[in-house]
Design a protein around this ligand. Structure first.
Ligand SMILES: Nc1ncnc2c1ncn2[C@@H]1O[C@H](COP(=O)(O)OP(=O)(O)OP(=O)(O)O)[C@@H](O)[C@H]1O
Length: 607
């Protein structure tokens, strides 16, 4: 069982709990012995254990009352002490079990987080963010609770049931068959419930995933939902997912609610049967009343033990599903991994700008899908600007993602300074790159914390310089708090263009060897676009710059332009060369600007 393995790392705690449980079971099983003594000796024999001595006292006319009270008091005190011990042990068990459960949960969350952070985009897409969140929260809590319950019950139930059987055999083996029948009935009830509920428990986690997925999507896309008046549709979609979860939970809860009354019925019928069949023996004098009472208690203990085992057998498979889902993540190796002997940082020659090259690269997102890039080759020389243009979906962003090694190529190689990116340690590779994603993302915090995300060691001057180069300083300073201005999660409290410029400043502050701008200029107006590029040219001098762009005006003055069409390179050269030789480029250029505009822009371009 997957869940049990999680307890493996806490052998000390398990051993301690087993010891404490054995002590507690001994206390619990001792109490009925004292009850029977109170009845048989304390009441029936006035507190005198030996019957002959009792007869003697009676014949001599001794006052038996003080003796009886003293005996009852003695046994009472012993019972109190035993009960108190049981209580203290119980508290200790709860303490150890809760601690162990909580640390299992913490360890799992830590391992899951570390693994998910190491995942490439491919694994994240495969599991889906919603499912990863459910697995890291709901499933881990389930495992944690079941581990706690196992410590408290799984080990206790057999000890208790076994102890009960021994005591039944010692007290009165003739009535043992009643216990056997009761246990059989208990297991029958559990088996029926098991069959009914288990399949539902198994799908419950998937339904929780679904509810989370719909809720997440709806919350992220709320403005779109509102704008298209799709509130009703989204509500219905959420209701559907939620109602399916509710129906499943209702079914399992109803089934489980049936369990307790059924068990009470079995227990009461067992008591009645024991009294019914035991009364004859008591009348015949072969069984004492106290023993009968103790026998009933032991029978209850055995049934309770079996009931606990049954409950666990229902809980365990459910937790096992959770364990499988968690193990699925832990067992998934990230497809992008560091090599065993990564290229040393010094091996690249360490020129200011990096040389980035694609050598006959082919790439597809999924093994069986069409290639997104086919036979792509180009080189961005150190200190130069290379632009990539092409229609939407032609694979421009994919090129940048391959340089960052978010995915690995299927064929060919991407190299930085002549070294395959797969030979670099990922951290070393990315430390040389300043990446500005197509969808600028900012973290909750302040402007300063977001820019310093690019370089923790950056001081205020560095941050201001980066902001100035990205044309972001002016609007930051307009704010009362300046660099301390709050940024909401995802950067939703600044405009798209401002967000984009802050994301650029975050990359600039690193002063990397190569900048990767994935369509970062499209959210800016023409004037700001030109200003930012002018600022960049000064700031990034010496570094290699790769710009993915839709606008021809953005790429006009690049040292080299690569034209992509459906994943293939259809032209490489400067703007002037491509205007001459590449019809695809010419078509894009003329669709955006007239011939005169193009010749004007060529003269006045910045980067
Ligand atoms: N994670 C992904 N899984 C599967 N296919 C993808 C994924 N990301 C992109 N694609 C596909 O790869 C192709 C190229 O996508 P890419 O984002 O590189 O294009 P692009 O040229 O940057 O487009 P745009 O200019 O619209 O941003 C597209 O056909 C797209 O559908």
């Amino acid at each position: 069982m997957g869940v049990i393995r999680f307890l493996g790392g806490h052998k000390g705690a398990v051993a301690l709990v087993v010891l404490l449980l054995a002590l507690k079971a001994a206390c619990d099983l001792a109490l009925p012995v004292f009850t029977s003594q109170i009845v048989d000796v304390g009441i029936a024999q006035s507190g005198v254990e030996d019957v002959e001595v009792l007869e003697g006292y009676k014949a001599a006319g001794v006052d038996l009352f003080p003796m009886q009270m003293a005996y009852l008091g003695r046994i009472g005190v012993v019972m109190l002490v035993v009960a108190a011990c049981a209580m203290i042990i119980d508290v200790a068990i709860s303490f150890v079990a809760s601690r162990t459960g909580a640390s299992i949960g913490r360890d799992l969350r830590r391992r899951l987080f570390a693994r998910v952070v190491a995942f490439s985009d491919a694994e994240i897409n495969r599991f889906s963010a919603a499912s990863l969140i459910t697995r890291g929260t709901n499933d881990v809590v389930l495992i944690q609770n079941v581990c706690m319950m196992m410590l408290r019950m799984v080990l206790y139930a057999p000890i208790l049931a076994l102890g009960g059987v021994v005591m039944v055999m010692v007290t009165n083996p003739q009535l043992g068959w009643i216990v056997v029948v009761a246990v059989a009935a208990t297991f029958a009830v559990i088996a029926v419930l098991f069959r009914l509920t288990l399949p539902r428990f198994k799908i419950m986690q998937k339904l929780i995933d679904r509810v989370n997925l719909v809720a997440r999507e709806m919350l992220t896309g709320l403005p779109v939902v509102r704008a298209f008046n799709r509130d009703g549709y989204e509500e219905a979609r959420f209701d559907d997912a939620s109602a399916r979860l509710m129906r499943t939970q209702l079914f399992t809860n109803r089934a489980m609610a049936f369990m307790m009354p059924a068990m009470m019925l079995i227990m009461n019928l067992t008591s009645v049967a024991i009294v019914w069949f035991g009364a004859g023996s008591v009348a015949a004098g072969s069984l004492q009343t106290g023993d009968l009472i103790a026998f009933i208690t032991y029978a209850m203990v055995i049934i309770m033990g079996c009931l606990m085992m049954g409950m666990i057998s229902i809980m365990l498979p459910r937790a096992d599903v959770a364990a499988q889902r968690v193990n699925e993540i832990l067992g998934t190796e990230p497809s992008v991994r560091d090599p065993q002997n990564p290229a040393g940082k010094g091996e690249s020659g360490e020129a200011r700008g990096a040389r980035i090259a694609f050598e006959q690269v082919s790439f597809r997102y999924e093994d069986d899908s069409e290639p997104v890039l086919a036979d792509v080759s180009f080189t961005a020389e150190p200190g130069t600007t290379l632009a990539i243009v092409g229609s939407t979906g032609s694979g421009k962003s994919t090129i940048v993602k391959l340089i960052e090694r978010f995915y690995d190529v299927n064929e060919g190689a991407v190299t930085v300074d002549g070294i395959d990116v797969r030979q670099w340690a990922q951290a070393d590779l990315r430390a040389q790159l300043g990446y500005v994603p197509q969808k600028a993302f900012l973290f909750a915090g302040t402007v300063k914390s977001n820019i310093a995300y690019g370089d923790e060691t950056a001081d205020t001057d560095d941050i201001r310089a980066a902001l100035a180069a990205a044309e972001a300083l002016a609007f930051v300073e307009e704010r009362e708090e300046g660099l301390a201005a709050p940024i909401a999660q995802g950067g939703t409290n600044v405009s798209g263009g401002q967000r984009q410029r802050l994301a650029m400043a975050r990359a600039l502050v690193r002063r990397p060897r190569a900048y990767l701008f994935d369509d970062s200029f499209s959210a800016l107006d023409y004037a700001t676009d030109a200003q930012v590029r002018a600022g960049l040219a000064a700031f990034a001098a010496g570094s290699t710059v790769i710009i993915v762009a839709q606008r021809i005006s953005t790429v006009l003055t690049a040292d080299r332009i690569v034209v992509l069409d459906e994943g293939r390179v259809v032209g490489t050269g400067t703007h002037a060369e491509l205007m001459e030789a590449c019809p695809a480029y010419r078509e894009i250029a003329l669709s955006q600007l007239s011939e005169e505009e193009l010749s004007c822009q060529e003269k006045g371009g910045a980067l």
